[in-house]
Design a protein around this ligand. Structure first.
Ligand code: FMN
Length: 184
């Protein structure tokens, strides 16, 4: 069994999403003894902006498709995903590999794996909050993974920039959620 862990925060040891992906992977190692983990740090080793040549390079999409579980750290920067994570996703949403255009419309081809996404946001973006319409991270990732046939599980830590108390509360809750993951 294979697990792919992706981090994309630029905040290093101060990153909330990195702490949550680490806790999730620790927990999944316990629930799936012997699981093989591949780690990509997209901040330490960024992928360049996509080019036409990248669309023909299967390195990243094949690594993704070889994984049974994918754990992704997704910080909110400027209302959406980090450019580091976008560059990786640009190499995952590949026609003929993870989706196909059919007579009935687009069809996802990547189903059958588990995707867990740790989201960290500075503010609050819940349905009732005034900023709800500015949320383009979770909504984007749900759409992008849905397009290729996947329904991610989200672990959300928000209000991180409001103050130390809220940061502690949100991080603690997200770490508990990560630590309580069970095999699907
Ligand atoms: C460059 C930058 C842009 C940010 N933009 C937003 C934003 O648009 N909305 C928001 O709620 N928080 C924003 N934040 C706060 C982050 O979402 C918050 O610090 C979160 O913890 C980031 O995840 P990380 O700790 O894993 O990096 C931003 C932070 C940085 C560094």
């Amino acid at each position: 069994m294979k697990l792919l862990q992706i981090d994309s925060s630029i905040l290093g040891d101060n990153s909330v999403s990195r702490a949550v992906t680490a806790a999730a992977v620790d927990q999944l190692k316990k629930t799936h003894p012997g699981i093989e983990v591949t780690y990509r740090d997209l901040a330490a080793s960024p992928l360049p902006h996509m080019t036409l040549a990248d669309l023909a390079d299967p390195t990243y999409v094949d690594e993704f498709l070889a994984s049974d579980i994918v754990v992704i750290g997704a910080p909110m920067y400027n209302f959406t995903l980090s450019t580091q994570l976008k560059s990786w996703l640009d190499r995952i949403l590949i026609a003929g590999k993870t989706f196909a255009y059919t007579a009935e419309g687009p069809k996802g081809l990547a189903g059958g794996r588990r995707v867990i996404i740790a989201i960290a946001r500075g503010g609050f973006y819940g349905m009732e909050s005034p900023a709800a319409q500015a949320e383009h991270l979770e909504t984007y990732l749900r759409t992008a993974f849905g397009f290729i046939g996947l329904s991610p599980e989200f672990i959300v830590a928000e209000g991180i920039a409001i103050g130390p108390e809220q940061r502690h509360k949100a991080l603690t809750t997200a770490l508990e959620h990560a630590g309580a993951l069970v095999s699907a």
